[in-house]
Design a binder for this molecule. Structure first.
Ligand code: FES
Length: 211
């Protein structure tokens, strides 16, 4: 039986706004949903003077609800300051769409988490993080869950590619169960560094391969 989607959800799903990527974005994120395993990427351009979002784009690897929510929240976020955009909630997004079926709440949560993670990425890169909680192995693991294993289309942690994570006074070492000359090794290394280095108390990130 088809899900009872509103006209508005269907309209945003068929003609999503702001789909795609920004070349050379000021911030970006990739978030995965623990509920369904789908992923969303969000890209931001930000005016450094006013901290206003001048452009925002998203790519969804999720379902119709996720695409429709990505479409509506990027519309809502455009032109807002980072502080204002942070307050956009999944509930607000779902309301703007005329409601979503209850089983699809996690899909709009995923889109909103993607936007929030991109804002966080901007704040980390620009030293704007206010809550400076110390990085732990758990935090690092969470970041690694945002790095895709291109061979599986799922994240590194879920596909058991991460063999070891070490954290020692701001120095991080990640060991991957992958040969160093693997075709995706350089890409994965780059993405790991990109996700972990912006953390306020991290000075260096080293990625090692097992073979
Ligand atoms: Fe995964 Fe909707 S079912 S994003």
């Amino acid at each position: 039986m088809p899900l009872p989607y509103t006209e508005l959800v269907m309209e945003h799903f068929r003609h999503p706004r702001n789909v795609g990527r920004i070349e050379d974005p000021d911030a970006k994120s990739i978030e995965g949903s623990p509920a369904c395993g789908d992923m969303v990427a969000v890209y931001l351009s930000v005016d450094p003077e006013t901290q206003r979002i001048t452009d925002v784009k998203f790519e969804s690897y999720g379902c119709a609800s996720n695409i429709a929510t990505g479409s509506i929240i990027t519309e809502l976020a455009k032109g807002k300051t980072l502080e204002e955009a942070k307050k956009i909630s999944w509930k607000q997004a779902a309301d703007e769409l005329g409601g979503l079926p209850a089983v699809k709440a996690h899909c709009s949560v995923l889109a909103v988490d993607g936007l929030r993670a991109a804002i966080q990425n901007y704040e980390e890169k620009h030293g704007l993080v206010k809550e400076r909680t110390p990085t732990t192995i758990e935090v690092l693991k969470k970041r690694l869950k945002r790095v895709m294993n291109p061979m599986a289309g799922l994240d590194l942690v879920r596909t058991n590619l991460v063999k070891d994570i070490e954290l020692n006074q701001g120095a991080v070492k990640v060991v991957l169960d992958l040969p160093a000359d693997h075709q995706f090794a350089a890409n994965i290394r780059e993405e790991i560094v990109e996700k972990i280095e912006p953390l306020w108390d991290i000075d260096s990130v080293k990625v090692e391969f097992t073979e």
